[in-house]
Design a protein around this ligand. Structure first.
Ligand code: NAD
Length: 495
């Protein structure tokens, strides 16, 4: 089937010389450095984007600082919630435009942006908006002795930390960006957000909608360009907190830079090498369906997706055979092709990296199915299933962040737990079984920020999400995010 037609508003957006969004206005600086934005489905240039200059980034921080000390800082919690809910309404009203913008530059299937990324962003935003009126300190009774009849009282205030620098990756640009925007604005902070240079468009549109929703100029700023903008933000004296989502090596550099800048608070949502364990009692068809829905969605470019499958030896042949058959039958096509079940990788550098993994797997004879590039001009590869050579196989250690899943059989639970935990990462893990007692015994033994049972990679705004070990520091969602975007102030009084 062919691609859906682009909305005229999307075409206009592409033609508009997009750049940044600072202090309530779209800005494309005259004479600015510009970078090409590619369409991963056909490798064509979608548009040229203006790279924010140092001076523009400085203006963005000043605008955010002004809004923090002024308009947004003095907005009541109730009205903050109202504005965020209005933004959610506007996202719904412009859903198709946002879905097309996001799919175009990320290569993500239009089904996924229409059915998951855009509507789930709305769900998350409304959830955050509800917290705006529920952020509070506590009162406590001091135990100080009273010598002359004096009494004491104490309470805590939860105060917004200030201007947040958000730095985000390319895989779910709209949704991850909105998580950071919503967390900051709900708590009364303001934000300067730097999206990935591969997917700079959809958040620019969100910033326009935020103004329409009544969020004042300067409260949300988007600065587009390379990692050096991130570095400038992290080192800035007026940035009170850095919220980063991306790869482990960049995250480590970001964490070090933030701490050495001004002991700046930092939360890191990093990569994973997530294990999924299929116990002896699993139903083969249900297991295959679960793997297809979670490991290969968005071509495996999902931080929490399972990349390591530990399957009980009694089921490994049946699951692999059926999975290989289903993967081989997937219809491959571009992001805007509604008939496609599997799309392109997000960019050329990532495509090259995945081809490097394929070369290693083919050389070592590990390929069960896939393992080859597909004809271009887009960045297409086959969905791939590999056999691990042993439990120390490099394909069980390094994150590929692509459609490469590696399988190893196990015989008993102790061996399974050892192998699942043998990783520098700890983002997500799953256990697939009908034996609830077994699942409950395994959960505390698994080193991961989230353990799913009979599911994987499902995120809900009410459930905290984040990594342990090398997968990060901090939690998003639930009420946990409030600790990261507010500071506790203690007050003591004598009367
Ligand atoms: P990346 O680390 O290459 O880039 C992330 C962001 O950091 C981009 O905006 C980039 O421009 C910026 N950046 C690069 N160098 C920088 C520097 N020195 N200082 C400041 N900013 C800098 O990651 P990516 O390739 O865009 O995304 C893929 C990675 O993100 C994967 O490892 C994936 O697992 C991870 N990820 C994690 C989560 C999570 O919630 N844990 C979610 C999505 C993606």
């Amino acid at each position: 089937m062919s691609d859906i037609p682009l909305l005229s508003s999307v075409q206009r957006f592409l033609d508009s010389n997009p750049g940044s969004f600072v202090d309530g206005r779209s800005v494309s600086e005259p004479g600015a450095e510009r970078f090409e934005l590619f369409n991963p489905s056909n490798a064509s240039v979608l548009t040229l984007v203006s790279h924010a200059s140092e001076a523009l980034v400085e203006r963005a921080v000043q605008a955010a600082s002004g809004a923090f000390h002024g308009s947004w800082g003095s907005t009541t919690p109730y009205l903050r919630g109202v504005a965020l809910n209005r933004l959610a309404d506007l996202i719904e009203a412009n859903a198709e435009e946002l879905a097309q913008l996001e799919s175009l530059s990320s290569g993500k299937s239009i089904h996924l942006t229409r059915q998951l990324e855009v509507p789930q962003s709305v769900v998350f935003l409304r959830y955050f908006a509800g917290w705006a009126t529920k952020i509070h300190g506590q009162t406590m009774t001091p135990s100080l002795p009273s010598f002359q009849g004096e009494q004491y009282a104490a309470f805590t205030l939860r105060e917004a930390v200030g201007v947040v620098a958000g730095i985000t990756p390319w895989n779910f640009s709209l949704m991850i960006g909105l998580w950071k925007i919503a967390s900051a604005l709900t708590c009364g902070c303001t934000i300067v957000l730097k999206p990935s240079e591969f997917t700079p468009l959809s958040l620019l549109r969100i910033a326009e909608l935020a103004i329409e929703a009544g969020i004042p100029a300067g409260a949300l700023n988007i600065v587009n360009g390379s990692g050096r903008i991130g570095q400038q933000l992290i080192g800035h004296k007026d940035i009170a907190k850095v919220s980063f989502t991306g790869s482990v090596p960049t995250g480590v550099a970001v964490g070090k830079a933030a701490l050495s800048a001004n002991l700046t608070r930092v939360t890191l949502e990093l990569g994973g090498k997530n294990p999924a364990a299929f116990l002896a009692d699993v139903d083969v068809d249900a297991a295959v369906e679960g793997i297809l829905q979670t490991a290969y969605v968005h071509q495996g470019q999902v931080c929490a997706a399972p990349e390591r499958l530990y399957i009980h030896r009694s089921k490994v042949e049946a699951i692999c055979a059926k999975l290989a058959e289903r993967l081989g039958a997937m219809k491959v096509g571009g992001a805007l092709d509604e008939a496609a079940q599997f799309g392109p990788l997000a960019n050329k550098a990532h495509h090259d990296k995945i081809l490097g993994f394929f070369a290693q797997a083919n050389a070592r004879g590990q390929v069960i199915c896939g393992g080859k590039p597909l004809p271009g001009p887009g960045y297409f590869v086959q969905p791939t299933l590999l056999r691990a050579l042993d439990e120390h196989d490099p394909f069980l250690q390094e994150e590929t962040f692509g459609p490469i899943v590696t399988v190893l059989p196990f015989d008993n639970e102790d061996e399974l737990v050892r192998m699942m935990n043998d990783s520098p990462f700890g983002l997500g893990a799953s256990v697939w079984t009908n034996d609830l007692a077994k699942a409950m015994r395994l959960i505390p033994r698994i080193e991961a920020g989230t353990v799913w049972v009979n599911m994987h990679t499902f995120l809900d705004p009410a459930v905290p999400f984040g990594g342990v070990k090398g997968s990060g520091i901090g939690r998003e969602f639930g009420s946990a995010f409030i600790d990261d975007y507010t500071e506790l102030k203690s007050v003591m009084m004598r009367f």
